[in-house]
Design a protein around this ligand. Structure first.
Ligand code: MRU
Length: 353
């Protein structure tokens, strides 16, 4: 079992601090939206769907803390809270989806209850915000289960599968997206072996994914990212499945840095390349991957590993945290509503309707 990632109780959000995994299981208590945004920025919590769920709870926490006294105050607070949450990280659209969904609820409530609020009105809105945050979470859990089912059905028996980064339970409130597909296939007796790429520089694969696979008793091995081509060529890999942070309307997919390279290798070796992502990951406003903002993170995440410097002092470094895989390298996108294949604008747009 993977420990709960978020626990919301009595106006406190406890966040599993993923920076300490797999060595320590520790929760950070969070009481407001600023704390939620900071935990997201600092990577205490991470993974596209999870940062969306946390943002929804962060929004509810902030409303509970502020107790806006009128509809105008609520609208103002809701807009600034959503902006604060959305500024935490730029690439994963789940964050924007959840913050905007909470904002919409707040604005609708303000419009339906104009003027000064009574203590009863404030209580009513707090309960509504908490309910909506729980709904965002339960929808994510249901989506993960559905993707597991659809994804597992795509895989052959005795499958040798590879994944990148962490798109597991730790990145969601459910069983995970890509790793959810692997564990569902494992439960169906279809997985012969799974490979997790370590995912430099932040090592989500080494610290998180392989830990999840081991805890799920999935026969698996950890590899460094530069072993992928060799393992695909020599170890009978017959499917690659990854998650996504944002999918453009034409199917171009932003995911953890290294995903694009893996898709190119998969194409060369004629190995199907699957993306598993819930439909809120689809950003219909992004016409193609070119309009997806790629987060640039601290160079220290490249030059230091577990606090130890691994490069010369003063070195110039790049750290794009995501890349975009063109739609034509993706065999299928597995969503909770079904499988998109072939991956093209028409089919992507169709599934969002
Ligand atoms: O920077 P992270 O750890 O938040 O990045 C996570 C990923 O890129 C995952 O592969 C992606 O969010 C899909 S999560 C189900």
């Amino acid at each position: 079992m993977i420990p709960p990632r978020l626990i919301y109780k009595n106006g406190i959000l406890k966040v599993l601090d993923q920076r300490l995994l797999p060595d320590r299981i520790k929760y950070l208590p969070i009481r407001d939206a600023a704390g939620t945004a900071k935990a997201t920025k600092d990577m205490a919590l991470r993974g596209a769907p999870l940062i969306g769920c946390a943002a929804a709870f962060g929004f509810a926490l902030e409303m509970r803390r502020l107790r806006p006294a009128s509809s105008a105050e609520l609208a103002r607070a809701a807009i600034s809270t959503a902006d604060l949450l959305k500024a935490a990280r730029p690439t994963a659209v789940a964050l924007f989806y959840a913050a905007d969904r909470m904002l919409e609820q707040a604005l609708a409530f303000a419009a339906a209850n104009p003027g000064k609020f009574t203590p009863g009105t404030i209580k009513q809105f707090t309960a509504l915000a908490e309910r909506e945050a729980r709904l965002v979470t339960s929808e994510d859990q249901a989506a993960c289960r559905a993707m597991g089912k659809y994804g597992s059905a795509l895989l052959p028996d005795n499958c040798v599968i590879m994944t990148h980064c962490n798109a597991g339970a730790l990145a969601t409130m459910g069983i995970g997206t890509a790793v959810g597909v692997i564990t569902a296939a494992h439960e169906a007796g279809k997985v012969k072996h799974a490979y997790a790429c370590e995912t430099r520089p932040y090592l989500q694969g080494a610290r998180l994914t392989i830990w999840e696979l081991m805890r799920g008793n999935v026969p698996s091995e950890l590899i460094t990212d530069n072993m992928a081509a060799h393992i695909i060529k020599t170890c009978g890999v017959n499917a690659i499945v990854v998650g996504a942070d944002r999918i453009a309307a034409n199917g171009d997919t932003a995911n953890k840095i290294g995903t694009y390279g893996l898709a190119v290798i998969a194409k060369y070796h004629k190995v199907p390349f699957y993306v598993a992502a819930p439909t809120p990951t689809i950003d219909s406003k992004a016409r193609s991957g070119d309009s997806i903002v790629i987060e640039e993170r601290s160079v220290k995440e490249v030059t230091f590993v577990k606090g130890a410097s691994i490069a010369p002092r003063g070195v110039k470094v790049r750290h794009p945290a995501f890349d975009v895989t063109p739609a034509n390298l993706i065999t299928a996108i597995i969503t909770e509503r079904g499988v998109i294949s072939p991956v093209n604008r028409r089919n992507v747009v169709k599934i969002t309707r």
